[in-house]
Design a protein. Structure first.
Length: 101
């Protein structure tokens, strides 16, 4: 796969993360903890899917020819992974809070 194609895939993951980030900013726990738990689990699953796809992108980036300049691509990829890991942690913490209610 070409660097441009991998950048497009990474961009699609970034768009999904932006939507999840908006959800995090706007999320207000409701009186229905079961509903909240399901919603948080769904978002956590989405983040895990993004991280799996992100791992595939990293592997494919490393498989590109040596003459391809990967510096910017790898930096952006690392930033995306860090954002996704933070979101994953957010959902894991909030899941535990919902369960303990």
């Amino acid at each position: 796969m070409s660097l441009a194609a991998l950048n497009r895939r990474r961009g699609a993951f970034k768009t999904k993360l932006n939507k999840i980030e908006t959800f995090i900013k706007e999320f207000q726990p409701s009186d229905n903890s079961k509903k909240d738990t399901i919603l948080l689990n769904t978002k956590l699953t989405s983040v895990n899917d993004i991280l799996r796809g992100h791992d595939q992108i990293k592997c494919e980036l490393c498989a590109l020819p040596d003459d391809v300049d990967l510096k910017d691509a790898l930096e952006l990829t690392i930033e995306l992974e860090e954002d996704a890991q933070e979101m994953k942690l957010y959902f894991q913490i909030h899941q535990k809070c919902q369960v303990s209610k």
